[in-house]
Design a protein around this ligand. Sequence first.
Ligand code: SF4
Length: 122
Amino acid sequence: MMESKNNRRSFLKMAITAVALAPVIKVSSALAAAMPKSQKIKDKMIGEKKIKMLKYVPNAAEAKKLKAAGNKSYKKYNEGDNCGNCRFYTADKKEPEWGKCTMAARQYVSASGWCKSYSKKK
Ligand code: SF4
């Protein structure tokens, strides 16, 4: 009887731990997916100074949220705008989800990103 109680307790502890860790594992894999594979790109990622200057966000969904919250730096954002369809973006040949941005001194940005200098590619 006592052993059965302990087994049930152990099982519950494991189940609670698994449920608690699930979001952490999901976030970690999302972050891993959001990083370029190439070291060359990692070494030339947009720097803090340009991020601040351009109000760059690595995911345009964030710009949408900030605009909705009334942040004036993101007022120019429109649905569907992202670095990937910006005229200042040049996709990397091997990893097109990353590209050099003219406005960010040819440093790499994410195709899913957005900044206040966005200009639609024609
Ligand atoms: S200028 Fe265009 S490509 Fe560069 S960070 Fe801004 S939106 Fe992205």
